[in-house]
Structures are given as structure tokens and as C-alpha cells.
Design a protein around this ligand. Structure first.
Ligand code: NAP
Length: 361
């Protein structure tokens, strides 16, 4: 396949850096243009990032001399890329304005940002779970007046471990879910070394995260209905989110109540035999298997398991009965890979597979 030329908007940040790593040697995509704020404009990527490279792997040599452009140069963007990944930290209105103006310039946008997760005709995609929601692009193109351009977003990183674990159990009548998430510092764009307050500490508040954790799953599990998604009405989700002194990986303690009786062995079978909606598509970034259940009592752990399947796998463990709910278990996903850049790369692969994303020329 002729490679797609890809731009990254917000290339210098935590998620942008992860995109850089994931796009090295990608079989379908090649890095073509980097953009960031006026602070970075005109610098080489190495100069713009300076000592704020926050990944364990070193910065690839091939990207160090790339010039970083400002996001105001739409003509350059249009000339240089087939589509862009967006990971900018800006105000919500500014992000909507930026991403829609790129889409209106006929450049598709695959975004990590939360700004448009509730725009009715913008698909909120977890590729293994709701790949059919991309059909919303038709209605969105009508609204934007575009032929190629659109915006697709991925959900918040906090939900990426428990939504995959709950999806195979939905038809038992999942009524109520309580979830406590233990979220890594990289989710705030930080490193432990630069956040002394986090050492030996837990912060019981992450702005906006509990609302996202309770509401976004209902859109992901919702029904496509022409120009919007009918939200799922069940389960009711209650979430409590904590920031913990962990570098990468969001862990979730999950408690569930079902309408219909279910044996723990059935739950394990559902997880082991789960075939995701994109299994047959053989997308390059898709993990095999999508879900992995650990028999060991002390797994999954962020330090050892967040990077399973190159950070794209979902790890589950500690399934047991609960005296208040029916069952409880623990699950884990990598927040900057599965929960951010990797999830977006997989979404772009899905869009190519489905024919929504094509070469500009
Ligand atoms: N970290 C995670 O685990 C995670 C997970 C899921 C989603 N997200 C979302 O992804 C986005 C980025 O997060 P992050 O952690 O990577 O943030 P970050 O490390 O603070 O990076 C922010 C990026 O946005 C750029 N930027 C800021 N103002 C800009 C402007 N006016 N115009 C153009 N670019 C601008 C910055 O460029 P300069 O370097 O030039 O300032 C930088 O490249 C956020 O919306 C966040 O909510 C993050």
C-alpha cells in the first residue's frame, strides 16, 4: 500500500511524542509534518522539545531536524498531508475551531482531545467496540460541507480498560457499575520526576474525569441513528478517579451488578473467547488478543503489564464474587498508548480499512 502522509498537531507534547514513536516504521503511515504552539514555531523538533522529552525510549534521530510549524498554516498542511492526528492542549472552543477548520480544508482529523466528544455527528471510536459509528461521518460531512474532511475522536483514557472488559458481558443485563480508577501521572502530561507533590501521595481528584468516566461509555455502547448516536441507557456508572504515583498505565477496580444470573466461569469464558468487531480486519496496531486475563492474584500491575501487546492490550485480573455487587475485578490499560496515541493510530487504520480515509492525491 502507498503510505499515507501524516501530520501531528501538538507534536511536542506528551501524546504528540508518543505519536512520533508509534509512527516510526508504521507500515501504512509516514510522518510528514509537525505542528505545535507559537512557542515552538520555526524551531527544529529537538529544539522545541528541549529537555521535555518524556518517553522511556529515546527521541528518534529521523525526527530531530523536522521543523515545527504553527497551526495557522493551513495551506502548508493541505499540501503536505493526507490526514492529521491532533493532541493539543488548548481551550475547548479553540480546539473545535482549529479541528473544524482543518476538516473544512478537506483534511481528516483523528483527535485525542475531548472538545468534540459530544458533538452529535462526530464519531467517538474504540475500534474493537463500535467501529460502525464511523458512519456518522456522512452526516458530519453534510454539516461541514466537505467531501474528504471530517473529525473523528477517541474516548477518554480512563475508560479504556473497563469498557473493553465490560463489553463481552453486556447481554447478561449489566445494570450497575462502580469503578475506581488509579491513573498515572503521564495522563496529566507529567513525569514523576517533575512532580514532587506526587511522591508518596495520592490525589483524590482529576478535573472532569469522573463525569467523562461515567458518561462516555454510554455513547460508545450507543446505537448509530443517522446523524447521532442514541445513548445506551444501561449500565448506570458511578466513578471515582485518583491520581497515583505511577508513570504509565491506568488501573481500574470495577464492581458490577447484572440483571440475569451469571457464573464467574462464564465471565472468564466471555473474556477468553471475545472476538472483537475488527478481528478479521488485521489492522497493524490491533492487539491479539484484545483482552488478557491474569490468573495470578497480584496482576495486572502498571509497571509490568501496561505495555502488554505494545501498549494496546487490555489486562484483567482478580475476578471474584462481591457481597454488595455481584462481582468485582481489576483491569488495566496503557494511558498514552491505548488511551491516547495508539488508540488514535488504530482508529486511523480502521478509517483506512473502511474507506473513509483515502489519499488526498
Ligand atoms: N496524556 C494523556 O495520557 C492523554 C490521554 C488522552 C488524551 N489526552 C489529551 O491529549 C491532548 C494533549 O495532551 P498532552 O498530555 O500531550 O498535553 P501536553 O503534553 O501539555 O502537550 C500539549 C501540546 O499542545 C500544543 N499546544 C498548546 N497550545 C497550542 C496552540 N495554541 N496551538 C497549537 N498547539 C498548541 C503544545 O505545543 P508547545 O509544546 O509548542 O507548547 C503541545 O504540543 C489533551 O487534549 C489531553 O486531554 C491526553
Amino acid at each position: 500500500m502507498r503510505k499515507f502522509r501524516v501530520g501531528i498537531i501538538g507534536a511536542t507534547g506528551h501524546v504528540g511524542q508518543r505519536f512520533i514513536l508509534l509512527l516510526q516504521d508504521h507500515p501504512w503511515f509516514e510522518l510528514s509534518l509537525l505542528m505545535a504552539s507559537p512557542r515552538s514555531k520555526g524551531k527544529t523538533y529537538l529544539e522545541a522539545v528541549g529537555d521535555a522529552w518524556r518517553q522511556d525510549e529515546p527521541m528518534p534521530e529521523s525526527v530531530k531536524d523536522f521543523i515545527v510549524y504553527g497551526t495557522d498554516d493551513l495551506a502548508l498542511l493541505k499540501d503536505s498531508v493526507d490526514f492529521v492526528f491532533s493532541a493539543v492542549d488548548m481551550k475547548k472552543d479553540a480546539i473545535i475551531q482549529l479541528e473544524e477548520s482543518i476538516a473544512k480544508a478537506e483534511i481528516p482529523v483523528v483527535s485525542n482531545n475531548s472538545a468534540m466528544r459530544w458533538t452529535p455527528d462526530v464519531p467517538l471510536i474504540m475500534p474493537e467496540i463500535n467501529p460502525g459509528h464511523t458512519k456518522l461521518i456522512e452526516a458530519q460531512r453534510k454539516r461541514l460541507g466537505t467531501k474528504r474532511g471530517f473529525v473523528v475522536v477517541k474516548p477518554n483514557c480512563s475508560i479504556q480498560s473497563y469498557v473493553p472488559a465490560l463489553t463481552p458481558l453486556m447481554d447478561y443485563g449489566l445494570e450497575e457499575v462502580f469503578v475506581a480508577t488509579y491513573q498515572a501521572v503521564s495522563g496529566a502530561g507529567r513525569r514523576l520526576a517533575d512532580w514532587p507533590e506526587m511522591h508518596g501521595n495520592v490525589i483524590p481528584f482529576i478535573g472532569g474525569e469522573e463525569e467523562k468516566s461515567e458518561r462516555e461509555p454510554l455513547r460508545v455502547w450507543g446505537e448509530y441513528s443517522g446523524d447521532h448516536i442514541e445513548l445506551a441507557t444501561k449500565p448506570v456508572i458511578s466513578a471515582q478517579c485518583f491520581r497515583v504515583p505511577v508513570e504509565f498505565g491506568h488501573l481500574a477496580a470495577v464492581f458490577v451488578r447484572f440483571k440475569h444470573p451469571i457464573e464467574s466461569n462464564d465471565i472468564l469464558m466471555r473474556w477468553r473467547n471475545y472476538t472483537s468487531a475488527i478481528e478479521d480486519a488485521n489492522l497493524p496496531s490491533a492487539p491479539h488478543p484484545f483482552l488478557h486475563y491474569f490468573e495470578e492474584n497480584d496482576r495486572p500491575q502498571p509497571k509490568y503489564d501496561a505495555s502488554s501487546q505494545r501498549g494496546m492490550g487490555i489486562s484483567i485480573g482478580r475476578l471474584r464474587e462481591d457481597p454488595i455487587f455481584d462481582y468485582k475485578f481489576v483491569c488495566l490499560s496503557h494511558n498514552t498508548v491505548r488511551g491516547a496515541a495508539g488508540g488514535a493510530v488504530l482508529t486511523a487504520e480502521l478509517l483506512v480499512h473502511q474507506g473513509w480515509l483515502t489519499h488526498a492525491r
